[in-house]
Design a protein around this ligand. Structure first.
Ligand code: ATP
Ligand code: MG
Length: 457
């Protein structure tokens, strides 16, 4: 099909003069195109809908529907169609304006045959290129989705860079970050980039099971070791084989389980529940937590020796509010994915809605953004997402007088800076180190600003 299209591209010629239509039709036919004609703009729009031509060659000035109207309508319905405007001196200016808006061509009347043929040829090539690009992009996207986590902000790329450089090693990795920041996504990314990629990636949520069940899941058990153990069971450390074993929510484990995990990491072997002989472990371990483990150590809830074993390589994933520039990228990706899943074309996001998304503090991070957009896309069904389809809490944050000092007609920069610092500080629960990080300044600068604005307390 594509080959036919390349060999004899379909061109619809629209003009309000029969003589011109005939001349161009005969010319393009002799040059190997497949021409159609429409007398006048209204007829043209009907023909476009009926034959979906690859190229459209239209007069600008026509009494009913103008060439610019046709252009607008075509761009709205088939962004791939290429439109060539034929214009007399009088409408040249508007045609040039239109060309600046997108990728198509214009030719000034009267024109010579060779000129017209050359431009139509260029337009045909252009269209093929666009098509190829689109397929390439779609393929790249498919590949991307399975591996590379989305984000282009510095804090995110910094974290990803560490993940990429440790992927090839066998080192234990500890992923820390608030809930929904992408710890599991990054764990899989590390696995996918590692020499273990073709081997299993297994994971367990340590917080989801009571201690006894968790241990038998992790280490396995032998038949008869407890009531209900009717046969030997291989643990996940063993089942992961030469692959990667992801210990999610490691901060939720009990001290007893922590001792056993420490042993696995030190000796690289497990003793199944009820067994006497240890079995070797080959899997690479990646652990994750949304708790502050150093704090948990101080409180006596987490063993420091296990922490040091896990923390060989530490990657801290930044919260979404520390990288608002990633919000549009993530939003576009999620809307695209939702559309693909539903077989629709993606809904877009209007400027106010995007603005609201970038201002909101996202306590649930990327997961919360993902859910908000999925919901909005369903509510809007093919239209574009406006603030009215976003969750209330997201929109309310927008009108928060602390971040948009709308109470004053023309707030000074200082007013805004003071309000913004206060707002971030509140979001971070008063933690100054984290506030400085979010603001992208160092702590000493933050302290100076706090004292300047009388915010020390
Ligand atoms: N950078 C990213 N690119 C694409 N999707 C992402 C990214 N980060 C997170 N997500 C998506 O956000 C959701 C939450 O991510 P993930 O489960 O990895 O977070 P988490 O840090 O493990 O959260 P929790 O602590 O609650 O387990 C998932 O649906 C994931 O696909
Ligand atoms: Mg997780």
């Amino acid at each position: 099909m594509t080959t036919t299209a390349v060999a004899a591209p379909t061109v619809l010629i629209i003009d309000d003069e029969m003589g011109i239509l005939d001349t161009i039709r005969i010319l393009l036919k002799s040059e190997g195109f497949t021409p159609y004609t429409a007398l006048g703009g209204k007829k043209g729009l009907e023909q476009i809908a009926a034959i979906r031509p690859e190229l459209i060659l239209t007069d600008v000035r026509m009494p009913d529907v103008t060439g610019l109207d046709i252009l607008a309508s075509v761009r709205a319905h088939d962004p791939e169609a290429v439109v060539i405007l034929m214009t007399a001196q009088a409408s040249l200016q508007s045609a040039i304006g239109a060309v600046n808006n997108g990728a198509f061509y214009y030719i000034q009347k009267p024109f010579r045959n060779e000129e017209l043929v050359a431009i139509v040829r260029r337009a045909a090539e252009h269209r093929n290129l666009r098509r190829e690009n689109k397929t390439l992009k779609a393929e790249a996207k498919k590949k991307d989705r399975s591996s590379k986590p989305i984000g282009a902000s510095k804090p995110w790329l910094d974290a990803l860079h560490v993940a990429e450089s440790v992927a090839v090693t066998d080192s234990t990795v500890l992923l820390q970050g608030e809930s929904g920041t992408g710890k599991e996504v990054v764990a899989r990314y590390i696995h996918d980039l590692s020499p273990r990629a073709a081997k299993p990636f297994l994971s367990i949520n340590c917080g989801a099971l009571p201690e006894s069940l968790l241990e038998s899941e992790l280490f396995g058990h032998v038949k008869g070791s407890f009531t209900g153990a009717t046969r030997d069971k291989e643990g996940l450390f063993a089942a992961a084989g030469d692959g990667t074993f992801f210990l999610d929510e490691i901060g939720e484990t009990t001290p007893a389980t922590q001792v056993k995990l420490l042993r696995v990491l030190q000796q690289r072997e497990v003793i199944p529940v009820g067994a006497t002989e240890p079995r070797p472990v080959h899997a690479r371990v990646i652990a994750a937590t949304n708790r502050d483990l150093e704090e948990e150590i101080k409180r006596g809830n987490f063993r420091s020796d296990l922490y040091y074993r896990l923390n060989v390589i530490s990657i801290v994933l930044p919260p979404l509010r520390a990288r608002p520039n990633d919000v549009p990228l993530l939003a576009a990706a999620f809307l695209q994915r939702t559309a693909e899943n539903n077989g629709d074309s993606p809904v877009d996001l209007d400027a106010d809605a995007l603005d609201a998304l970038q201002r909101y503090s996202w306590p649930g991070n990327v997961r919360e953004l993902e859910n908000a957009l999925e919901r909005a896309a369903i509510l809007e069904k093919g239209r574009s997402i406006t603030v009215s389809s976003l969750p209330e809490r997201v929109v309310e944050a927008k009108s928060d007088p602390l971040i948009s000092p709308a109470t004053q007609a023309n707030p000074t920069l200082d007013t805004i800076e003071r309000a913004y610092i206060l707002w971030v500080l509140e979001n971070e629960g008063g933690n100054k180190a984290r506030t400085a990080e979010v603001l992208g300044i160092d702590t000493s600068t933050l302290y100076r600003k706090l004292s300047r604005y009388g915010l020390e307390k």
